[in-house]
Design a protein around this ligand. Sequence first.
Ligand code: PLP
Length: 372
Amino acid sequence: MSKKTIPFFNYPFVYNQYKEDVFPAMMKVVERGGFILQEELFEFEKEIAKFVGAKYAIGVANGTESMFIALLAAGIKPGDEVILASHTYIATAASAHFAGGLPVLVDCLPDHTIDPDSVKKAITSKTKFIMPTQLNGRVSNMDALQSIADEHGLTIIEDAAQALGAKFKGKCAGTFGLAGSVSLYPAKVLGCFGDGGLLFTNNDEMYVKMKQLRDHGRDDSGMVVTWGVNSRLDTLNAAVLLAKLRYYPKDMARRRSLAQIYQDRLGQIPQLHLPPAPNSDPNHYDIYQNYEIEADNRDALRIYLKENGVGTIIQWAGTPVHKFEKLGLPKITLPYTEKMFERCFLLPMNTSLADEDVHYICDQIEQFYKKG
Ligand SMILES: Cc1ncc(COP(=O)(O)O)c(C=O)c1O
């Protein structure tokens, strides 16, 4: 078999894949000079809200400030505890920190989403928010989380950075809590040409507050009515996203078919633990932002894959949030997360991959374990 080179992610492909649509859309904005808060942004907000079934969408600068804005709009107070999974990007915890809250980190389940039992155990009299990360393009068990939130009077703000279009019981990520946040970073399933993010809400008051917060605290007339920040999604990126959005259902389906190949080829290898297969649970529609596996002898396997031209990564530089010692968070033990971080990594998963590429990756993994 000849050696292939399969990078973990193909950044030029973000532009090249749909350039016939994207380039003219960009030129329209550039030639008009319509860079900030212009029609393409409002149209994208309308279209993406319709796509996920939310009443409102707000384009913001990235998928980190979005969560900070949502927490502020939801009325977070200094010292409020915000429960989130330790298996998330530092951005989730940082948004709680910068909004004045205290991130409280909990464990995850074998599907790598937040563990509702671990959430329950972490609740104190100071707990005010649960921020589930809809990790790797899979929605957490929102029934379980909602019933915990109802029982204890907590507010859910979703970190759906990795899960645009993913569903739980037919409902899209980002539309469960009081607000939901999405990242439009280039490597995301719907990626723009730089940083970008979205907020969703069905709540009229949250919509007004979050829209003001993202634009210097100004209302629609330009009057400053509260303190705010500059966190607007550029119109140029909104035009790019609007052009790409037409292809989004096709892109999600393609990722699911690549996940099925991984499942078919690797599902019987006893040294591996794979993500849930695409059609394994009717409650979940996963979009496979990432294909995160657990593997025996992980580090050697990654070296073997690298030697054979396959790029892989470990999320968050291989460290769950509660293990970043310099942040001064309380020392805790999260058994599943810690065990998993000795074994997990991401295989390539994106629409630049041909079926043969995924078969090649699976061949290498098979060979690695056969060699022992
Ligand atoms: C789970 C998670 N939360 C938050 C973010 C932050 O998004 P952004 O990079 O757009 O700020 C990311 C981005 O990678 C993410 O994966």
